[in-house]
Design a protein around this ligand. Structure first.
Ligand code: NAD
Ligand code: AHE
Ligand code: ZN
Length: 369
């Protein structure tokens, strides 16, 4: 079938709106009509050329929501008409990783996903007879996409697509990092670096679990008001700090953060996030994605003296199990998504969504079909 897609033809270039061809679902797969998709910083990261797994030409996008329109042979858990959120972290419930109960990083299809193809090794997208790569197993910047059954969360039908698509990455990543990865407890002091589409969800997650101080750190003062609305108690602009930022944060938190979160993708900030943690027990969670060749460093003494460095992908969430629950939280008014979606525009204007992100105007842009 012909589908409308924003195609990343090459790194560092704007996306190109094209009519591309999509093959139908094979065994164990479903065809989903994408109704809305958010634009996450990770899409921009891959488009920039900094992603070692970045492949071109490709159809990017991993924060979508839509409706199942066709199911392939053998599909058990989904039917035509189901409302769904694609999962870049699938949940097969059968691989060593899923069965371990120690991680959400299902590995059932990770290797083909990283090579930009479906689990059978082929691409379903083509343009003028030339294959296009899939991205993160989801490729939501197209009005139809094909997904393995294990990479699809079924959600309630009254949830608005242009809001809950954000649960496909940013919301779950931020709130999940607090609840699943760090397991922040009531009364903890938390420092969040980067108050964008991820960091603001870390803030609302920290508020939900009853954190005491919730310190937000961002170079952009325009992020302060919304962060406060979501639960931030103290704002720090590194440009306004006299002297060392880490020392300032340790003093502000009276000894250091119980938990810190890096939501930028800057390896220098990752070091600051670790080192502002409390001696003896502070845990720092890396969420930000850093480019090829970038490495983190610190004095081992920081770890010897009890600080812990961790990472979190998709907020440690098991998508088919957890995503429908987070949709319920939104529908019950327990989490704020509406204020974080600052722009909605048609797919034809998707490059403006990237411009808005880079300019620091707004938080999340959602693109509709
Ligand atoms: P964003 O662009 O919306 O937000 C980034 C924020 O960081 C902005 O507010 C910006 O002003 C701020 N910032 C930039 N440099 C800074 C600095 N030196 N000090 C303080 N603040 C600074 O991006 P996002 O969509 O929130 O994504 C954030 C990061 O998380 C990206 O690296 C993205 O790739 C990554 N990410 C990871 C996962 C995961 O599962 N681990 C999921 C989604 C996104
Ligand atoms: N290809 C990148 C890795 C990017 C990365 O870490 N992705 C996160 C999700 S970011 C969503 O916005 C993730 O889930 N990682 C786990 C995994 O298996 O990819 C690189 O740098 O190589
Ligand atoms: Zn993302």
């Amino acid at each position: 079938m012909d589908v409308r897609a924003a195609v990343a033809l090459e790194a560092g270039k704007p996306l190109s709106i094209e009519t591309v061809q999509l093959d139908g679902p094979k065994e164990g797969e479903v065809l989903v009509e994408i109704k809305a998709t958010g634009v996450c910083h990770t899409d921009a990261y891959t488009l920039s050329g900094a992603d070692p797994e970045g492949l071109f030409p490709a159809i990017l996008g991993h924060e979508g929501a839509g409706v199942v329109v066709e199911v392939g042979a053998g599909v058990q858990s989904l039917k035509t008409g189901d409302h769904v959120i694609p999962l870049y972290t699938p949940e097969c419930r059968n691989c060593e990783y899923c069965l371990s109960q120690k991680t959400n990083l299902c590995q059932a299809i990770r290797s083909t996903q990283g090579r930009g193809v479906m689990p059978d090794g082929s691409s379903r997208f083509a343009i003028d007879g030339q294959p296009l790569y899939h991205y993160m197993g989801t490729s939501t910047f197209a009005n139809y996409t094909v997904l393995p059954e294990i990479a699809v969360a079924k959600i309630r039908e009254d949830a608005p697509f242009e809001k809950v698509c954000y649960i496909g990455c940013g919301v779950t990543t931020g709130i999940g990092a607090v609840i699943n990865t760090a397991k922040v407890e009531y009364g903890a002091n938390v420092v969040v670096f980067g108050l964008g589409g991820i960091g603001l969800n870390v803030i609302q997650g920290a508020r939900m679990v009853g954190a005491n101080m919730i310190v937000g750190v961002d170079l952009n003062p325009k992020k302060k008001a919304l962060a406060e609305k979501l639960g931030m108690t103290h704002f720090v602009n590194p440009r306004e700090v006299e002297g060392d930022l880490v020392a300032h944060l340790v003093e502000l938190t009276k000894g250091g953060a119980d938990y810190s979160f890096e939501c930028i993708g800057n390896v220098n900030v990752m070091r600051q996030a670790l080192e502002c943690c409390h001696k003896g027990w502070g845990v720092s969670v890396i969420i930000g994605v850093a480019g090829a060749g970038q490495e983190i460093s610190t004095r081992p003494f920081q770890l010897v003296t009890g600080r812990v460095w961790k990472g979190s992908a998709f907020g440690g969430a098991r998508g088919r199990t957890d995503v429908p629950k987070i949709v319920d939280w939104y529908m019950e008014g327990r989490i704020n998504i509406d204020d974080l979606i600052t722009n909605v525009m048609p797919i034809e204007r998707i490059n403006e969504a990237f411009d808005l992100m880079h300019s620091g105007e707004g938080i999340r842009t959602v693109v509709t079909f």
